[in-house]
Ligand binder design. Structure first.
Ligand SMILES: Nc1ncnc2c1ncn2[C@@H]1O[C@H](COP(=O)(O)OP(=O)(O)OP(=O)(O)O)[C@@H](O)[C@H]1O
Length: 339
């Protein structure tokens, strides 16, 4: 997990394409209704995640990663209007009633959020939160749920599991809290885990441990994992495939190894150049100039055009997501594949 993006592990380059699709997102759009009408937040997002595969949703802050995840999880804001289809294990979940959706997602999806202090209940013991989840979703008895909760804490590397079950989230360190979140996320045997910036709030050394644990869980339990991040280094080290988002749009999609080594979209190139490269002695990063346009102020055509050094008149028209080299990119002037 500590490998730099320039030295990707070989097995990251070849995710099994014969395994079944767990999550399929097809033409997802999300707009928020306000007093002035509908405000588009994400448009035409499509990707799939297979069993045992980690897919990164990557982009700068405000690109629409979290709200895309919230639409998948069924927790989008009340004023959201959502289009497209979301399919989990072959069942279209986007059309289900909120109750049916909650039941299905509680059993088959696990969630890990950036800040466990807000995701976990402050005044319920850790044991109570875990056993409630297990009893509600799996119908276990109190004794069975307690025993399973202790096994899960043990499995995610929490010592003295039985004592910790009696404690509260504020008594734990940041890394331990995130381990509890991981134990909860895998507790009901989900097929999909969604991790939204799970290490952003942690110290660097603890980040690596938590990423290693997530990677172990994914392999051991054959989980499909959606990993939301703004960090291309994490994408290269941890994920089989990547979906790069910019201003609510998918701008590049493909194998992480291919995108990190030879991106086709200038935005993906910019994200990579913004990572300091210690291997070749380039410790200074090159930031992408400008900022992501706020929702409601996207330019017509290519949304990255105002920040792009390859821009010309053609970029006033919206490009399609098309195959360029080994990845798909939404760009009129994609970068040449590097040797
Ligand atoms: N409830 C909401 N009401 C209005 N705008 C919203 C709401 N939720 C998200 N947005 C806007 O939608 C856009 C996408 O937000 P989102 O949180 O999905 O971005 P992100 O890529 O996950 O960023 P970050 O990494 O900072 O979480 C942002 O411009 C955000 O301000």
């Amino acid at each position: 997990m500590t490998a730099h993006i320039a030295s990707l592990p070989a097995d990251r380059a070849s995710p099994a394409l014969d395994t079944r699709i767990v999550l399929e997102v097809e033409g997802l759009s999300l707009s928020l209704r306000n007093a002035d009408g509908l405000l588009p937040i994400v448009t035409d997002v499509s990707f799939a995640i297979r069993q045992g595969e980690a897919v990164a949703l990557v982009g700068e802050s405000g690109c629409g990663k979290s709200i895309t995840a919230s639409a998948i999880m069924g927790i989008a804001p009340d004023n959201a209007e959502i289009g497209g289809t979301i399919t989990l294990n072959g069942q279209a979940i986007s059309g289900l009633s909120p109750r049916a959706r909650r039941k299905l997602c509680g059993r088959h999806m696990g969630f890990i959020f950036q800040e466990p202090m807000t995701a976990l209940h402050p005044t319920l013991s850790i044991g109570r939160q875990m056993t409630d989840t297990l009893r509600h979703n799996l119908g276990l008895s109190h004794a069975e749920a307690t025993s399973r909760a202790a096994q899960l804490l043990d499995r995610v590397g929490i010592p003295r599991a039985r004592d910790i079950l009696k404690g509260y989230v504020h008594e734990l360190s940041g890394g331990m809290r995130q381990r509890v979140m991981i134990a909860l996320a895998i507790s009901c045997g989900p097929s999909l885990v969604i991790a939204d910036e799970p290490t952003t709030a942690l110290d660097v050394t603890i980040q690596a441990q938590v990423l290693d644990l997530l990677d172990d869980m994914r392999r051991e339990l054959d989980l499909a994992m959606l990993f939301i991040t703004h960090d291309l280094e994490v994408v290269g080290d941890f994920c089989d495939r990547a979906v790069v988002m910019y201003a609510g749009d998918v701008v590049e999609r493909g194998l992480s190894a291919d995108i990190v080594r030879s991106p086709a979209h200038p935005y993906a190139r910019g994200l990579i150049d913004a990572v300091p490269d210690h291997d070749d002695g380039r410790t200074r990063l090159t930031p992408i100039l400008g900022t992501v346009p706020p929702v409601g102020q996207w330019p017509p055509g290519c949304r990255f055009a105002p920040r792009c050094n390859r821009v010309d008149a053609q970029c006033r028209t919206r490009p399609a997501l098309e195959l360029h080299g080994s990845t798909e990119a939404r760009c009129w002037h994609p970068l040449e594949p590097s040797a």
